[in-house]
Design a protein around this ligand. Structure first.
Ligand code: SF4
Length: 207
């Protein structure tokens, strides 16, 4: 099965695939959701963002926010202290250097604290299908490795391997479908499965 056929199968499995982050209505709010989602479930992020965005709807209000107050809204989220600091600082940079508009290139996005290659590409691909790069998180890394698409463990090297295997126009799909496949089917601790890739993946024994 070719890399493209693997992706096609995943698209068939999740025909209505969307980001599972909700409660956001602007690009800046979406970026905040992604920053909060590191090492945290989307459900955990969704549980705090409604009240957070009611109090701080935009980069201007976050830029002026007191860190302890932002922490209070997000303290059920892992690493909330670091995340509060990053979000406020990112908002200040967006206000001062980007006229209140979230930048739209990886090069500019990674100037924001807490935003690396993965976060920048999740943001750009989910919102704009920008295809500047492939975002590799723990699910993408695990699934790509098990399916023989990479031998690496370093997310940046996995991203480069996947970027060689897939057409640029499909890059935005990799994170979206591999994450869902990893989250709901090819889970971290599983050992048994009769998944659609049983023919090419020997990691699991049959059910
Ligand atoms: S056989 Fe198991 S490890 Fe391999 S792709 Fe399927 S669910 Fe994942």
């Amino acid at each position: 099965m070719s890399p493209k056929q693997i992706l096609n199968k995943m698209e068939e499995l999740f025909p209505d695939a969307q980001s599972e982050l909700i409660n956001w209505g602007t690009p800046f709010q979406f970026l905040v959701c992604i920053l909060l989602s590191a090492q945290t479930t989307d459900k955990g992020v969704n549980s705090v963002t409604k009240s957070l965005f009611k109090k701080y709807p935009d980069s201007k209000s976050f830029a002026m926010a007191k860190i302890e107050e932002v922490e209070r809204f997000i303290k059920s989220v892992n690493y909330y202290r670091t995340k509060a600091k990053h979000i406020i600082k990112a908002a200040q940079i967006i206000e001062q250097e980007f006229s209140g508009v979230v930048p739209s290139t990886v090069e500019d996005l990674i100037k924001l604290p807490g935003v690396g290659y993965k976060t920048a590409n999740v943001y750009l691909n989910d919102l704009y299908k920008k295809n500047e790069g492939i975002a590799v998180d723990t699910h993408v890394a695990r699934v790509a490795k098990r399916l023989g698409l990479t031998k690496h463990t370093d997310p940046n090297k996995i991203a480069k391997d996947l970027e060689k295997l897939y057409l640029k126009e499909d890059w935005w799909k990799i994170n979206r479908y591999f994450v869902l496949y990893g989250r709901y089917i090819c889970r971290a601790k599983m050992k048994k499965s009769d998944c659609v890739f049983k023919g090419i993946c020997t990691y699991c024994t049959g059910l």
